[in-house]
Design a protein around this ligand. Structure first.
Ligand code: AMP
Length: 129
């Protein structure tokens, strides 16, 4: 069982920003930038292109809505999107509020306190439609 399935099942905590029947979105605990969010299908699948086309399109649709909430919540140049999955083999879309290329390189990390994560997640969740 993946670490993200444990979050989906409520066995591990997360800073949740959005959820529906099929997807959950929560803050990355080691963010590239403030508001770095992961969008995860609840059904555990390793690689994004192993999803059916319908599941893939639905993931993109949900990610679009989360990105819109991020744009309303975080001051940034734009929202970057990336799919990697080398660390956690459970499909997830990285949505990252970026101001430059360095924010997309997964090297420069932002340190946030628990309180900062809580406030961020609440703000983003409040802008999710
Ligand atoms: P990757 O699999 O390479 O796309 O990276 C996995 C991402 O998941 C990394 O950015 C981690 O910081 C993030 N991550 C790992 N465990 C957790 C967790 N428990 N809650 C939130 N984010 C996590």
């Amino acid at each position: 069982m993946s670490i993200f399935t444990k979050i989906v099942n409520g066995e591990l905590p997360s800073y949740k920003v959005a959820e529906n029947e099929d997807f959950i979105a929560f803050l990355d605990i080691n963010p590239n930038a403030k508001g770095h969010t992961l969008v995860v299908p609840k059904k555990e699948e390793n690689k994004i292109f192993d999803l059916s086309k319908e599941e893939y399109v639905a993931l993109m649709d949900f990610s679009y809505r989360v990105a819109k909430a991020l744009e309303k919540s975080i001051v940034c140049n734009r929202i970057g999107m990336s799919v990697i999955g080398l660390e956690v083999p459970h499909v997830h879309v990285h949505l990252i509020p970026i101001n430059g290329m360095a924010d997309m390189q997964f090297m420069k990390k932002e340190k946030l306190s628990n309180d900062e994560f809580v406030v961020l997640a609440k703000n983003i969740a409040g802008n999710f439609e």
